[in-house]
Design a protein around this ligand. Sequence first.
Ligand SMILES: CC(C)(COP(=O)(O)OP(=O)(O)OC[C@H]1O[C@@H](n2cnc3c(N)ncnc32)[C@H](O)[C@@H]1OP(=O)(O)O)[C@@H](O)C(=O)NCCC(=O)NCCS
Length: 256
Amino acid sequence: MSGIQYTLREWNEVPAELDWLSRNERTRLNQFRFEKRRRDWLLGRWTAKQALLHLEGMPASDIGRLEIASTVAGAPRPFLDGVRLDTGLSLSHSHARALCVVSHEVRELGCDLELVEARRPSFVETFFTGAELGLVEAADPEFRDTLVTMIWSAKESTLKALGTGLKADTRSIEVTPTEEPVSAGWFVADVVAGTQSFRCFWRRDGQFVLSVSATTSAMSRTRTASSSLATRTASSIMIMQKEQPTAMVSAPVSRA
Ligand SMILES: CC(C)(COP(=O)(O)OP(=O)(O)OC[C@H]1O[C@@H](n2cnc3c(N)ncnc32)[C@H](O)[C@@H]1OP(=O)(O)O)[C@@H](O)C(=O)NCCC(=O)NCCS
């Protein structure tokens, strides 16, 4: 299946029996000292494996063949039978929920799941650029918390797509929401990180904002190298949720 797929899962879906973890993963799990971190990590692995099973068309019983390792910087890397999969993957966990995005076409991608809540002005002043601060100040008060959460989430998604994590200054990434029409609750923002540009898709999901960021260069490579059918599918986000196994959202991935 083409495009970028996302999967949302909740903690109460994670089986108590841990036979779906690889031996390396069980070793890693035993190293966590805090229960919250252990739960977040487990939920992330469970969600990522559900996403991969769907993407690769594998039966649920094959889950033990998958492993989600981590780079030194913390970025997740998927393996099947010990062999690295050439698949883009990113994950996020928040308040007993997890989000994972996977793609065969786009390798440099990141995602984030963020609870919408009121944040102090000092948060925006510390982590946002001057232009972002201006957008927040001009926003309808009812939309302010969503906007702040979305901008923050887009930065985190982009940090993951870059693979840099905590090393980067969040003000080196600038998020500009667009007016482009995208269906099924999705919106688009342009993101600039130094010389690199990204497209960030975001939506409200109950009390959460979820965002998916991917480089525009990865997208244009996909578009020029693909057949017309693949180009069409690669220019959309595929939805994969419990309620909507394969519904498609026509979310354009580039302006071209
Ligand atoms: C990497 C980072 C973006 C993760 O975001 P987070 O909100 O802490 O946590 P999330 O649940 O959204 O994401 C965690 C997942 O990101 C992934 N991740 C971690 N480091 C990563 C990296 N360098 N590249 C790509 N993905 C990474 C991992 O899969 C991790 O889950 P896991 O450890 O269970 O596998 C974050 O730690 C970070 O660097 N933030 C920078 C923002 C900042 O300045 N924060 C401090 C002020 S509040």
